[in-house]
Design a protein around this ligand. Structure first.
Ligand code: BG6
Length: 483
């Protein structure tokens, strides 16, 4: 890997502490860092390098998936320097340029620069533009920009943001993080299907009855009321994470694909995603909001009673929908997606239900035959199971049994480790490309507008439940149920 500067905006923020320092540390332990790297942390707080190192050490102690090794901690921390920075001041960019250059010459490394914007979305455009204007991103070596979600708040704002970034970075240089794409089981989807002809031959509308994608959470809005009450589940989870899971599941794997082919394939899936017509929206889209209830045995408030939330808020904390991908592989097959806060359990999983075509002269239900399922647990468990029917010879009835493969998640690199490693190497396979982001916003936009106009019913559900009744009806109308 080439030597570089890693310039981190938002160095004392929550994401840096929880995810980025632990990810960098684990990459360091695994020998996956460049041999010489200058990490420059930026923030408004007047930290010394010692303060900064203490903050990183504490973050590692609290959040790293592996224990700290005192013998090499100093070597790791020595890569980090702190620079005071105010994104709204031009002098700050000039100081930053000097700071980076002086570390580059001290370490004798080329001016390859990776800029990570772990900052409020309002600052992304401002920082990117000023990095260019002040020469910080005009290097002889390569430059890359990593941006966090949300990428815009609707189609128009996403297009505007992208147009500004494109003025100063090329598409190949922009790495839009969607941390779901860094999850091991999401990356495993490709390697699960391609080398397994049994699964590959089943991966289309002829064999599959429906696909279900769930991302349920037990947490509520927490301390993010001001953001979440405007975003809702649709912007927070659906436009990005859930639609990325749809694309990754629907990908076809005839052979090992290059990053470019995967990108192209995902774009085609999004182009084939049937738009939800306004007059049919209520039949296909469910929006919900949690009421008071009990989660893990503890009483919790209704969404409207949470701190910082308007008591009349109609914001969505739950979203479910029926989608169709009108291409040769998936025609006619419903993809159901759902996500919600304050649900019964924390679980992200994909279930593929196969058609139940047991001998037509038989009565499968009477014999206890159920449809085959392929379950992919993404988070917190990581496993793949296949549900099959096995006969119990004592009563001549079939019983479902699971063939399961599972991994211990703590032994696996975390999403951010994988994504940072990829970005350092310039591999954008598991990042959200502009085409996908724009097409996702295009699909979501009419639904956003319907929510805005209160044109769809707002269903309620008790905290700690499986979501509104209407989301169960969405499947039962088609003869299915959520798994
Ligand atoms: C984030 C959302 O992108 O993903 C949060 O902003 C959500 O609201 C989180 O809680 C869920 O991520 P994970 O990895 O815990 O499923």
């Amino acid at each position: 890997m080439q030597d570089m500067s890693f310039v981190l905006f938002g160095a004392s923020g929550d994401l840096a502490k929880r995810k980025l320092y632990p990810a960098l540390y684990n990459l360091f332990l695994e020998g996956k860092m460049p041999s010489s790297i200058s990490v420059v942390g930026l923030g408004r707080k007047p930290f010394t390098n010692e303060d900064f190192h203490a903050l990183i050490k504490e973050a590692l102690e609290t959040f790293s998936r592996t224990d700290i090794e005192p013998s090499n901690l100093k070597e790791f921390l020595d890569k980090f320097r702190y620079c005071i920075f105010d994104a709204t001041k031009q002098e700050s960019y000039k100081d930053l340029q000097d700071f980076i250059e002086s570390r580059e010459s001290e370490l004798n490394i080329p001016d390859n620069r990776l800029f990570y914007l772990s900052v409020s979305p309002k600052l992304v455009e401002l920082i990117a533009t000023n990095l260019h204007k002040n020469g910080v991103s005009q290097t002889k070596g390569w430059k890359r920009l990593i941006v966090e979600k949300p990428f815009g708040s609707d189609l128009k704002s996403a297009q505007e943001l992208n147009a500004s970034l494109k003025q100063v970075f090329d598409e190949e240089e922009i790495f839009r993080i969607d941390h779901y794409l860094g999850k091991p089981m999401v990356q495993n989807l490709e390697s699960l299907i391609r080398p397994n002809p049994i699964l590959k031959s089943l991966w289309d509308h002829q064999q599959i009855a429906n696909v279900q994608i769930t991302a349920s959470e037990t947490v509520g809005v927490g301390t993010r009321a001001s953001y979440y009450d405007h975003a809702g589940a649709i912007r927070d989870m659906v436009q990005n994470h859930l639609l990325q899971l749809v694309m990754m599941t629907a990908l076809h794997h005839p052979k090992k694909q290059s990053p470019k082919e995967i990108e192209e394939n995902k774009k085609e899936i999004m182009e084939s995603l049937r738009p939800v017509a306004k007059d049919e929206m209520a039949n296909h889209v469910i929006r919900g909001q949690y009421e008071a209830g009990e989660v893990n045995g503890e009483g919790v408030k209704a969404y409207r009673d949470e701190e910082g939330i308007e008591s009349s808020s109609n914001n969505d904390t739950f979203f479910a929908a029926r989608l169709f991908i009108d291409n040769e592989y998936w025609k006619g097959i419903p993809f159901y997606i759902r996500t919600g806060k304050r649900m019964a359990e924390k679980s992200t999983h994909i279930v593929i239900e196969f058609k139940n075509e047991a001998d037509e002269t038989d009565n499968p239900e009477e014999e206890g035959i159920v449809s085959n399922l392929l379950e992919i647990q993404i988070n917190p468990a990581e496993s793949v199971s296949l549900r099959v029917n096995i006969m119990d010879q004592t009563n001549q009835q079939f019983e479902p049994a699971f063939i399961t493969f599972s991994k211990n998640p703590s032994s696996q690199p975390e999403a951010y480790e994988r994504l940072l490693n990829d970005a350092m190497q310039g591999n954008s396979t598991y990042f959200a490309h502009w085409n996908e982001v724009e097409l996702s916003w295009k699909w979501v936009q009419p639904i956003l507008e319907a929510f805005q106009d209160d044109a769809l019913p707002l269903h309620t559900y008790p905290a700690g439940s499986e979501g509104p009744e209407a989301s169960h009806q969405l499947l039962s109308e088609d003869g299915f149920q959520w798994y």
